[in-house]
Design a protein around this ligand. Sequence first.
Ligand code: PLP
Length: 392
Amino acid sequence: MIGSFHPPQRTLMGPGPSDVSPRVLEALGRPTLGHLDPAFVAMMDEVKDLLRYAFRTENALTMPISAPGSAGMESAFVNLVQPGDKVIVCQNGVFGGRMKENVERTGGTAIMVQDPWGRAVDPEKVRDAFKANPDAKVLAFVHAETSTGAQSDAATLSKIAQEFGALTIMDCVTSLAGTPIELDTWGIDAAYSGTQKCLSCVPGLSPVSFSERALDVVKNRKSKVQSWFLDLNLVLGYWGGNAKRAYHHTAPVNSLYALHESLVMVQEEGLENAWTRHRHHHNALKAGLEAMGLSLVVPENERLPQLNAVSIPEGIDDAMVRSRLLNEYQLEIGAGLGDLAGKVWRIGLMGHASNQRNVLFCLGALDAILGNIKAPIHTGVAVDAALAAYSA
Ligand code: PLP
């Protein structure tokens, strides 16, 4: 007979999911309500308000899609791109490639702007792409490239799109609540995120926000949105403003309690304080890694504090080190993807997991394993260097 599943207790310091706060896990276990119950509907309104706070927007259409970040991504493309539309897509890692897939599946044409993996998107290349394609309808870019740890200059990219009269789609799955996002100040038209990164929540929901300009495009489409589930015209019947809530799909009620709790936590801490905390622990981790002689892939001014891609020293077996961390320390860090597979480890310091205990634990564990296999690093100095950074 198959018994209950009891997961091992791990520390999640990979690219996500990150450790879920105990407060969020407790919220998940509260009694399930009907998805049209007035008490639940009132909580939905609070979730929308709290998301507007986190995204820094007044957008009325700000809500969680009932599916993971990939569905948030898809909701932006299927609603805003129509067959024949040109979309300028920036690719500097894995997720820009997925944007291209999305554009092509909606019948659009993706004009690719390529940058090296580990670097931010180059705004000059984007400007050149618009000059060559002034009829492009949308600019799409990843604000925080989880596959490399690079952060792009969303304000500048969005300004270029506006100069050419295009909408912007921004992937902020890894940035929301970890590093500054200013949807309204930047003029972003569609943004999507995920719950499993800096929100310290369970995976499986995708907060999204659409501007009025974007909504106009959706309402005036010539063809129906190809996805029934993600058609914003229909989703709005359930999540929309003051209209009576109509059944669209059965909302993941308990996951939404969890999201509500995680957003309450962000509000209690204060967004700016959360951004500062992520930066603070990143600096200590960096000090420890550099003391060991390891280097971060992304140049300092383009680095995300919540996702640290570290070059693996020559001759070291990537998978063996990660599996020893998992088996001997119950610690998960991430592997490299695509161009960076086998070349980097990705160490996440996201949300609730961005704390001093995790920084010191991860450095100590890496130091011990790399020392044990006689890797070419300076052993016994990483934790001290991080502690020195904390007391500086
Ligand atoms: N975009 C980025 C930048 C991501 O990091 C991820 C997931 O890691 C996604 C999109 C897709 O999100 P999900 O895995 O929740 O579908």
